[in-house]
Design a protein around this ligand. Sequence first.
Ligand SMILES: NC(=O)c1ccc[n+]([C@@H]2O[C@H](COP(=O)([O-])OP(=O)(O)OC[C@H]3O[C@@H](n4cnc5c(N)ncnc54)[C@H](OP(=O)(O)O)[C@@H]3O)[C@@H](O)[C@H]2O)c1
Length: 259
Amino acid sequence: MTASVFRADALAGRTALVTGASSGLGRHFAGVLAAHGAQVVISARHEDELAAVIEEIGAAGGRAHAVVLDVRDPASVEAGVRAAVAAAGRLDILVNNAGVTVTRPALAMTEDEWRRVVDTNLDGAFRVARAVARTMVEAKSGGVIVNIASVLALRVGKLVAGYVAAKAGFLRLSEALALEWAMHGIRVNAIAPGYVVTNLNRAFLTSPAGETMIKRIPLRRFGEPADLDGALLLLASDAGRYLTGSTITVDGGHTLAWL
Ligand SMILES: NC(=O)c1ccc[n+]([C@@H]2O[C@H](COP(=O)([O-])OP(=O)(O)OC[C@H]3O[C@@H](n4cnc5c(N)ncnc54)[C@H](OP(=O)(O)O)[C@@H]3O)[C@@H](O)[C@H]2O)c1
C-alpha cells in the first residue's frame, strides 16, 4: 500500500464485508480497510485462499474473519451474510467486489458463459447488497456500500459483451439502490476501475495487445491496486458522508481516450 492520506484510524470501530476477497482487488481492499482500523470479514468460494488472506491481514496487525460465500447461490449468500454478522457483530461497510469475465466473441459465447458472467457480476452483486442492507436496516445502523463496477460499465469493448452488459446494469443498480436506501442511512456508491493487472485479465494485459492498450491510457500505465485506495477510503469512511449514487472512475484517463 502507498502512503495513505487517510488517518490510520479512519475506519476504527467499523466492520466490513468484502466479497471476492480471495485474490486481486478484493484481497487488496480487505487489507486496506483493516489497515485503517476496520474489522474485516473476507469472503469468496475458495476457503484455502481466504486462510492465506487472514494470515496476511493478521501479520499486518489487522483483524479479519473468513466466510465462504458463493454470490451465485442465494442460500450461500444468506448464510454467508448471517455468518459475517455473527463474526463481526454487525456490518457497516460492504465492498461488493466479486466478479468474473469471459473473453469470447458474442457469436461464440455459450449460454453457460453468459449466465456465469451476468449471474456473478449483476445478480450476485444484487443478492449480496440486499442481504447486507437488510441487516443494516434491521440494526438501524445505516451503512456504506461500495460497488466495484468497471470502466466497461461506461464504455464498451469487444469480446466481453456479457461483462459489459452486467457491469453497466450494476452501475445503474448502484444508483437505484442509493435512491431507495438513503432513507435508511445507507450510502451506495461505485468505483469504476480502469485496467489493473490481476488474475482476471493477466493473460490479456501482458500480451502484445495489452502493451498496445497502454498507449491509449493518458497516464501511460495500467493501474495498481493501491491506485484505488483513495476512492475506496473516501467512499467507505465519513469523508464521503454526503456521497451517494456516485461513481468514481479511477482509470488514468483511459475513458477519455478509449480508441
Ligand atoms: N482487474 C481489473 O482490471 C478490473 C477492472 C475493473 C473492474 N474490476 C472488477 O474488480 C473486481 C475484482 O476483480 P479482480 O481483478 O480482482 O479479479 P480476480 O483476481 O479474478 O478476483 C475475483 C474475485 O471474485 C471471486 N469470485 C468469483 N466468482 C465468485 C462467486 N461466484 N462467488 C464469490 N466470489 C466469487 C473470486 O474468488 P473465488 O474464486 O475464491 O470465489 C476472487 O476473489 C471484479 O468485480 C472485476 O470485475 C477489475
